[in-house]
Design a protein around this ligand. Structure first.
Ligand code: APR
Length: 259
């Protein structure tokens, strides 16, 4: 928990009550996005009402155990996700982050838990996909030397249709499942250690390590400002200086003022 003096009484405010955040030429900005930023593009979130985890058992479709038990069910789930994501377009929130990158370049570290490609379609060039990418597959054998991550838009609705790696093992989604270690954690940790502004957009704060990033920043960068953006306070709301309550599409386009 943050020291009381740093906590902003504006925590939990409607976004319209708060002024844009100023970004100076030297500011380093870390933005973490979650499923909420893609909700308005038509991609289902996980824990909201009618979210994916209400319809599917997470351990069946998004865990190494689930894969070992029933690879067909796992690929059916991700094939549905691929088919749906192909029809979705970035919304103004993704585009606002693409615009921010154009203005501040590599001073922005954009880290997403989302596996869709909507940040890239919204103009972001340097996106760190900590939970992997929906349109990539890799060999299920972690020791395989050839089965590296590759672009893959195919659908695999049946066991027989699952593509094989050159080594003969099956391809699996290149996605970080529960019980696995997210990608790029060293780079992410370095960027958290260096940031002056930390913003989370549309994430329930229920899944670690991402939910712990704000606490990491508070410990390592006590002068950094932290902001949450979303329609409701996340589980880790107490860790943020401000929660700007509103949809990503309403808040993000006016959130930053680059000096
Ligand atoms: N704008 C911003 N936020 C929104 C919007 C919106 N239009 N609509 C919903 N939200 C918020 C919800 O209030 C909720 O807090 O998005 C959040 C979505 O939370 P989750 O469904 O838990 O998604 P996320 O936090 O990204 O999940 C983290 O969990 O299952 C795993 O690997 C999966 O990456 C995922 C991780």
């Amino acid at each position: 928990m943050k020291v009381e003096t740093k906590r902003n009484p504006a925590r939990g405010a409607n976004y319209t009550e708060l002024a844009p955040v100023e970004i100076s030429a030297s500011s380093r900005v870390f933005i973490l996005t979650g499923a909420g930023i893609s909700a308005e593009s038509g991609i289902a979130t996980f824990r909201d009402k009618n979210g994916l985890w209400e319809m599917h058992a997470v351990e069946d479709v998004a865990s190494p155990q689930g894969w070992r038990k029933d690879a067909e069910l796992v690929w059916k789930f991700y094939s549905e996700r691929r088919a749906q994501a192909e029809t979705c377009k970035p919304n103004v929130a993704h585009i606002a982050l693409g615009e921010l990158e154009k203005k501040i370049g590599d001073k922005l570290f954009l880290c997403t838990q989302n596996v869709d490609g909507l940040h890239e379609l919204g103009g972001s060039k340097r996106v760190v996909h900590m939970h992997g990418e929906l349109f990539k597959s890799r060999c299920e054998d972690a020791k395989c030397k050839v089965g590296i991550s590759r672009e893959d838009h195919a659908l695999y609705p049946t066991l027989a249709s699952i593509a094989k790696c050159e080594c003969g093992s099956r391809l699996r989604p290149d996605i970080c499942w529960f019980g696995e270690i997210p990608f790029f954690m060293d780079r992410i940790s370095d960027a958290l250690d260096a940031c002056d502004l930390f913003v989370t957009v549309g994430s329930s704060g229920a899944v670690y390590p991402a939910a712990g990033f704000v606490r990491h920043v508070n410990a390592k960068r006590p002068r950094a400002k932290s902001i949450y953006v979303g329609p409701e306070e996340p589980d880790n709301a107490d860790e943020f200086d401000e929660c700007r309550l509103g949809k990503a599409s309403a808040v993000l386009p006016g959130l930053f003022r680059v000096l």
